[in-house]
Ligand binder design. Structure first.
Ligand code: NDP
Ligand code: MG
Length: 382
């Protein structure tokens, strides 16, 4: 029996992780955390009986504590609570399925406590990859990617030498607006942007897919996870989301990982690495699959990718600014306070005014985030 902690159990990745726990029967959830969705969280806590349950929202946590009086589950809240879940003594592996930069501190503490990390929370690596990866090495823990593209690359690199990598080819579906013009995007609604053609995901990442910011975040994530330079990472469009990503080696050989678009697979692989265990669900049917389409990214229209490469080139706190500006802009868009294309305007404005701090500490990263948020609030974009 392996013990796991989950941060973000009520979300898209969190609930799919729990599907696997349910199906496999040899994983025990020892601690779990969510933001504020008390209804689902209480249901999950009652089903999986962890020793510790954290709701970020203090009031909701107090309510949960009352509701769980009939159990001996310890209910905690806030950042201290998240860290308690991340460092739960019994946990062998921590699934970071929380959305946003809130994941940075719990991930760092989990690593310090010697836990392997099944990492979905890409924002943490984007902002603090230079801290996370060396720390993981020092503490002897594994960072196991959950993001499907990175899981694909991780699988392709299994048994390969790092110095034989020529480049990583990250695939993008192109999202709901593939092939659309800037004019079209001017009037794109929240409802349009939430209609992802292949993947069913949380709201924030679905908007990030529509802007291509998600792919940008994944380029930065790949830079840290696989210790490659930005020039060695390329993005290609694969509209069916069947090729999850590829690696080209020095001799021109290309390895790809294929599968149906189902996040259960990369989540399960991270939990059971390096084993490919049975998994229910649809399989690729090569008799029906007539072709695999590949296309170029329209970087002029979908500027999310260029901002990501620029932030990587500038380094230090700039990827944090890119990410924080995007987090806030997406929240404003989801709230219908701004138009779709203004997401890019906000990112650009925040990056332009920022003075980079190189090799930032966690404190510098959080200060850069706070500064971006204050600037966006001041600008009154809505
Ligand atoms: P969702 O929005 O579906 O879920 C987010 C989860 O985080 C929820 O459980 C939410 O709780 C919890 N949460 C939010 N804020 C807090 C907080 N302050 N403290 C504790 N928990 C909090 O997101 P996804 O599952 O889609 O994405 C999670 C991460 O995984 C993101 O970083 C995303 O980029 C990445 N990812 C997701 C993929 C996917 O297929 N969904 C694919 C690859 C990567 P509550 O419900 O209570 O608000
Ligand atoms: Mg992905």
């Amino acid at each position: 029996m392996r013990n796991i902690s989950i941060i973000g159990s009520t979300g898209s990745i969190g609930t799919q992780t729990l599907d696997i726990v349910r199906e496999k029967g040899d994983l025990k959830v020892c601690a779990m955390a969510a933001g504020s969705n008390i209804k689902l969280f209480e249901k999950q806590v009652r089903e999986f009986s962890p020793a510790i349950a954290c709701l970020w929202d203090e009031e909701k946590a107090t309510e949960l504590k009352k509701n769980l009086r009939d159990t001996d589950i310890r209910v905690v809240s806030g950042m201290d609570g998240l860290i308690e879940v991340a460092t739960c003594m019994r946990a062998d592996i921590v699934v970071t399925a929380v959305v946003g930069m809130i994941g940075i501190r719990p991930t760092i503490e989990a690593i310090r406590a010697g836990k392997d990390i099944a990492l979905a929370n890409k924002e943490t690596l984007v902002c603090a990859g230079h801290i996370i990866m060396p720390l993981a090495k020092k503490c002897g823990v594994r960072i196991l990617p959950v993001d499907s593209e990175h899981s694909a690359i991780f699988q392709c690199l299994h048994g390969e030498k790092h110095n034989s990598i020529a480049r990583l080819l990250i695939t993008a579906s192109g999202g709901p607006f593939r092939g659309k013009t800037r004019e079209y995007l001017t009037y794109a609604t929240v409802e349009d942007a939430l209609k992802h053609p292949n993947w069913s995901m949380g709201a924030k990442i679905t908007i990030d897919s529509a802007t291509m910011v998600n792919k940008g975040l994944e380029v930065i994530e790949a830079r840290w996870l696989f210790d490659v330079q930005p020039g060695e990472i390329e993005v290609v469009v694969q509209p069916q989301s069947i090729i999850h990503s590829m690696v080209e080696f020095e001799d021109g050989s290309v390895k790809a990982q294929l599968g149906t678009p189902d996040m259960h697979l990369p989540i399960q692989y991270a939990l059971y690495y390096p084993n490919h265990l049975p998994l229910s669900g649809e399989r690729l049917d090569f008799k029906k699959l007539k072709s695999i389409e590949i296309d170029e990214v329209d970087r002029d229209t979908f500027r999310g990718l260029d901002f990501a490469y620029l932030s990587l080139a500038m380094g230090g706190t700039m990827p944090t600014v890119f990410n924080a500006a995007n987090e806030k802009a997406v929240a404003l868009f989801l709230n219908k306070d701004i138009k779709f294309l203004q997401i890019y305007d906000i990112i650009e404005a925040c990056m332009k005014r920022h003075k980079v701090i190189s090799n930032p500490t966690v404190r510098d990263i959080l200060a850069a985030e706070a500064d971006v948020y204050a600037f966006i609030d001041e600008m009154k974009w809505s």
